[in-house]
Design a binder for this molecule. Structure first.
Ligand code: NDP
Length: 449
């Protein structure tokens, strides 16, 4: 394993996030490789860490002042052993090859866990939609799609949204795809309901994260009702995680954005959450404005010099990180445990650093890694693809029912794999092993390709 990690470091210099994601999976699947030497001989893991294809391209566009802007576009087609590449686009200034490769790598195992036939991919750009007009976002999205469209297709590669890519961006991207291909196909998921989208897709990642937490709690004969919850982020995933916590009788104390967080001791009620949704999705405002509207809440600006995030330093029962990668460091993890948090279900991708994960595991709290607990989004994307192929729309209840069943099945798969390999209750090993084995079997069957 040491040699494998060294090889990865040499082949992917400086790709910190990607190497972090690979190291975690490699550690979990070592016992599987020991039990199945044929996977070692066929270099299954070595092949999995090399994207099947990496596309890098220029995105020129013109801003409202008539100035030419240039961004960089990416698509990582990581693994298609069990289905077409599937995974979101992220538009954020921090986007680089390492971040997209880590996201694509995680996506492969996540998609395998969903029980649906989807391979893994991820893409995006260092474009920052914040502060841009709708027209600027449209011009950028059209330019982005005018290059990437040739690599996409309903049976080839089906992207979706992620950070910075919501309903508005998916609309502009789809419009240009349709024009260039002269066909109406389900090539992007997260579409509007009027033009091929699925009910529950916007809610799916957040709801799924909370369904997964409920499954974990049920193993201890507990439920979310009456539990206090810390949520980070205030975007798509955070909003619907908060909605589901409220529906299940829990209390949401916090929400955040990249500038700071609000703590509302009286709880974020349905009415207050509606305001957050309006503030974030329509006005595209900042979470700070919540504390201006509701003076009972306290706003704290993020101070990186502090070395920890005070959002994670409040007494609570559950924590749902729903913002971004590595947002919980070792100090944050220790603070969460010290404050009595005994359920962490990740809505974001890889929000906890490896030292933080170890703290959760050592303290035996119910901890779900994002590739298991946030798989609800891609699952309903898979259901959107199915509805597009059938040219049918299922009801809200039907899709939500599917989502619940899928989250339950992911939970059982994690428990089963963790038990089989001698680490009961370890959802990290469970998710990595269950996802790996499914993809490895398909790769073995397909030969060296
Ligand atoms: P959104 O863009 O809707 O929201 C992201 C939220 O996180 C915003 O509140 C944003 O604040 C905050 N945020 C982003 N970057 C940082 C940062 N560096 N530090 C602190 N806060 C930050 O994205 P989503 O809700 O869709 O995605 C959130 C997470 O969930 C990501 O990790 C994504 O990969 C993951 N995920 C999303 C899925 C989906 O279906 N959308 C599916 C599975 C996982 P600000 O507005 O200030 O940038």
């Amino acid at each position: 394993m040491k040699e494998f990690i060294k090889m990865c470091e040499e082949c992917n210099p400086g790709e910190v996030e990607f190497l972090q994601a690979v190291a975690e999976v490699a550690e979990s699947v070592k016992p599987v490789l020991d039990k199945h030497p044929e996977y070692r001989t066929a270099k299954v893991l070595e092949r999995m860490v090399e994207p099947e294809r990496t596309i890098l391209f220029r995105i020129p566009w013109v801003n409202d002042r008539g100035e030419v802007q240039i961004n960089r576009g990416y698509r990582i087609e990581m693994n298609s052993a069990i289905g077409p590449y599937k995974g979101g686009f992220r538009f954020h200034p921090s986007v680089n090859l390492s971040i997209l490769k880590f996201l694509g790598f995680e996506q492969v195992y996540k998609n395998a866990l969903t029980t649906l036939p989807m391979g893994g991919g991820k893409g995006g750009s260092n474009f920052d939609p914040k502060g841009k007009s709708d027209n600027e976002v449209m011009r950028f999205c059209h330019s982005f799609m005018s290059e990437i469209f040739r690599h996409l297709g309903p049976n080839t590669d089906v992207p979706a949204g992620d950070i910075g890519v919501g309903a508005r961006e998916i609309g502009y991207l789809f419009g240009m795809y349709k024009k260039l291909r002269n066909e109406f196909t389900g090539v992007l998921t997260g579409k509007g309901l009027e033009w091929g989208g699925s009910l529950i897709r916007p809610e799916a990642t957040g709801y799924g994260t909370i369904y997964f937490a409920s499954e974990m709690l049920a193993t201890k004969d507990e439920a979310l009702e009456g539990k206090t919850c810390l949520i980070s982020g205030s975007g798509n995933v955070a909003q619907y995680a908060a909605e589901k916590v409220l529906e299940l009788g829990g209390k949401v104390l916090t929400l955040s954005d990249s500038s700071g967080y609000i703590y509302d001791e009286s709880g974020i009620s349905r009415e207050k959450l509606d305001y957050v949704m309006y503030l974030k999705n329509v006005e595209r405002g900042r979470i700070k404005e919540y504390a201006e509207k509701y003076p009972e809440a306290v706003y704290t600006a993020i101070d990186p010099a502090l070395g920890y995030n005070p959002l994670w330093n409040h007494k609570a029962d559950c924590a749902f990180p729903c913002a971004t990668q590595n947002e919980i460091n070792a100090k944050d993890a220790a603070n969460l445990v010290a404050n009595g948090v005994n359920v962490v279900s990740e809505g974001a991708n890889m929000p906890t650093v490896p030292e933080g994960v170890n703290i959760f595991l050592e303290n035996k709290i119910l901890y779900a890694p994002g590739k298991a607990s946030n798989a609800g989004g891609v699952s309903v994307s898979g259901l959107e693809m199915t509805q597009n192929s059938l040219r049918l729309s299922w009801t809200r209840e039907e899709v939500d029912d599917y989502l619940k069943r899928i989250m339950k099945s992911i939970h059982s798969a994690c428990i089963g794999a963790a038990d089989e390999y001698g680490t009961p209750g370890n959802y990290v090993n469970g998710a990595n092993i269950a996802g790996f084995v499914k993809v490895a079997k398909a790769m073995m069957a397909q030969g060296i390709v």
